[in-house]
Write a protein that binds this ligand. Structure first.
Ligand code: DON
Length: 590
């Protein structure tokens, strides 16, 4: 199986030609010699200060709960709920609001995914992610000497995909919401018009990208020609007017309206990269969630081009490893199992991940029992023999804290899980004059060439090559879990680029397998491996726990885990909401 996978993709031949052996004893005997069968009950350290923050980041209610990354976005949800809206209205209100409140993370010129579960009506998966414009081809991003132009795909007017957030939110709200569009958009419009206080994360993001902003963008995010500071008021008048035009013209504003005209005008200076045709052809994709039985629950997650399926593989591998006696136990042993599961899942992602309308993603195979057993047997051989190979460091993910997630659930189990993004910090760092719209840089989520890493250090294959109309592969994996009888259990998702699937995994593992409480599960230090770079990323608090000498078989790197998890869980008649204590948001509800 493994041989087949490597043969299939040239990038792996390339990578494996660089393999080096790390001389190390068998993990099993290593653990035995050090008597490392550590008791499960020994707890990891919490992220520093997180327990003191619990009052702010956790809330328990009974009727309705929303968790987002800004208090006013959660407040927008509460506002429309109190007006008689349902969870879908809440999702729409919070989505428009967060686009105003976190312009460094998401916005109307971004895209996203949503999973809806309305127990009495059904379940849906919506893909309203960016698509490559017609002009988007690999050649468009190739230098005259044949090398890939990684700058062009990462920043500026050519790094932009045709956005889907507005079309997606409008379609979902129209299909399943109860309130009028004006009602659900009212909080966002207020925040844009009246302004809100700039918070630390936003102020830092503005300062960081300030020199790269176009003049239009500096006008909005600056005062007296300098970056706006924490505590100052951010008013977005043009964005308010764009929102107002959407309430008047609805989808038309986004296919053939004043906004699309202004975008075309902007692109006159940039090779007409996004055209009127691109807007007209944009389609929101409505499908079924990808459903699996896992860890005693039924999990519905986003199908490709999301990475939900790789999250499922990861969870299945760990469940299978737990059944086999040969694997080392205890926390160090479990961490090895988890790391190996992540390594396999991200390898699969880099080989097969892509838009299913353009490439075959073998979802059933990657989650089949026989595949899981074969892969676990391969891992088992490696762990028991100690024949350990690591790949020298190649690509480092660059820091990027953005994207956003919204989790909503009500007492009847109606639930929405949605992740939305403009990709990197402030996306393309360009604003379309007269619109308040910050352009995404989501073209970088394509694989510009096999083996060439993107912003998150991720590599891909031909499956994720650029093509007109194609959707780039995404790590965003909004997920909902139900009991086997269909009762909603948990709504979860995260921003964090490549760390999205592993952060969801970490939290579910602590909550469902280790039976820790929800807040602890979210605030626990996390572990992450993404196949390439061949590095085990650990939150700094784990330094004392895993001195490097205890993990000689990995290249370990300590650093703050990027992803922020937003989750709502049902325990009896209680709804528990947690917004990640690394972020600015809060859960709200009652
Ligand atoms: O879809 C993706 O995989 C990326 N555009 C997500 C970016 C992200 O989460 C950035 N967060 N740190």
């Amino acid at each position: 199986m493994r041989f087949f996978l490597f043969k299939k993709s040239s990038i792996f031949i390339l990578i494996y030609s660089q393999l080096s052996f790390v001389s190390c004893e068998s993990i099993q005997s290593f653990l035995e010699s050090k008597n490392k069968s550590i008791d499960k009950e020994i707890s990891f350290p919490q992220i520093q200060g997180s327990l003191q923050k619990r009052d702010r980041y956790e809330l328990i209610g009974r009727e309705f709960m929303i968790a987002t990354d800004h208090p006013l976005a959660s407040q927008a949800g509460v506002e429309v709920w109190k007006q008689g809206g349902n969870v879908v209205d809440v999702f729409a209100a919070a989505s428009f609001a967060i686009s105003v409140l976190r312009p460094q993370s998401t916005g109307l010129f971004g895209g996203g995914f949503a999973i809806l579960y309305l127990p009495k009506k059904g379940k849906w998966a919506y893909d309203f992610r960016e698509r490559s414009p017609k002009k988007g081809t690999p050649n468009y991003y190739t230098n005259p000497d044949g090398t890939p132009n990684t700058d062009k795909i990462l920043k500026g007017a050519f790094s932009v995909g045709v956005p889907g957030n507005v079309q997606g939110i409008l379609k979902i709200q129209k299909q399943h919401g109860k309130l009028s569009l004006v009602e659900v958009m009212a909080p966002a419009m207020r925040y844009a018009k009246n302004g809100f206080a700039v918070y630390a994360d936003l102020a830092n993001a503005i300062t960081k990208v300030w020199p790269n902003m176009n003049p239009e963008m500096q006008k909005v995010f600056g005062i007296d020609s300098r970056p706006i500071r924490e505590g100052e008021l951010l008013i977005q008048n043009d964005l308010f007017e764009t929102l107002q035009r959407i309430t008047e013209n609805e989808e038309k504003e986004w296919t053939d309206g004043e906004t699309t005209k202004r975008v075309s005008l902007y692109y006159q200076n940039f090779d007409g990269f996004i055209t009127e045709e691109d807007w007209k052809e944009y389609q929101v994709k409505q499908t079924e969630p990808f459903v699996s039985d896992l860890w005693g629950y039924q999990m519905m997650t986003m199908p490709p081009p999301s990475s939900g399926v790789h999250l499922v593989t990861m969870m299945q591998l760990v469940a299978e490893m737990a059944k086999r006696k040969s694997f080392p136990k205890g926390l160090v042993g479990e961490s090895i199992q988890i790391t190996e599961a992540m390594r396999v899942a991200y390898r699969d992602r880099s080989v097969f991940g892509g838009d299913p309308r353009f490439t075959e993603v073998p979802v059933s195979k990657l989650t089949s029992q026989s595949y899981i057993q074969d892969e676990v047997s391969e891992i088992e051989k490696k762990v028991v023999s100690g024949n350990w190979k690591t790949i020298p460091k190649t690509n480092e993910p660059k820091d990027s804290y953005n994207t956003t997630h919204i989790s909503v659930m009500d007492k009847d189990g109606n639930a929405v899980s949605s992740t939305q993004s403009i990709n990197g910090i402030f996306g393309a760092v360009q604003m379309v004059p007269g619109t308040g719209l910050v352009l995404n840089n989501t073209m970088d989520d394509f694989s510009i060439a096999p083996g060439v890493p993107n912003l998150y250090g991720l590599v891909g294959s031909k499956a994720n090559a650029i093509a007109p109309g194609k959707t780039p592969l995404s790590s965003m994996s909004p997920t909902i879990l139900t009991e086997t009888n269909g009762a909603t259990k948990l709504v979860i998702g995260a921003p964090g680029g490549s760390q999205i699937p592993t952060s969801i995994f970490n939290v579910l593992y602590h909550y469902l397998v280790q039976k820790r409480n929800l807040y602890e599960s979210v605030s626990f230090p996390r572990i992450h491996h993404q196949f390439l770079p061949d590095t085990l990323f650990l939150d700094p608090e784990l330094k004392g726990y895993f001195p490097e000498t205890e993990l000689p078989f990995y290249q370990v790197q300590y650093g703050r885990h990027r992803a922020k998890v937003f989750v709502v869980s049902k325990e009896g008649d209680k709804l528990i909401g947690v917004s990640d204590p690394k972020g600015e948001g809060v859960p709200l509800g009652f």
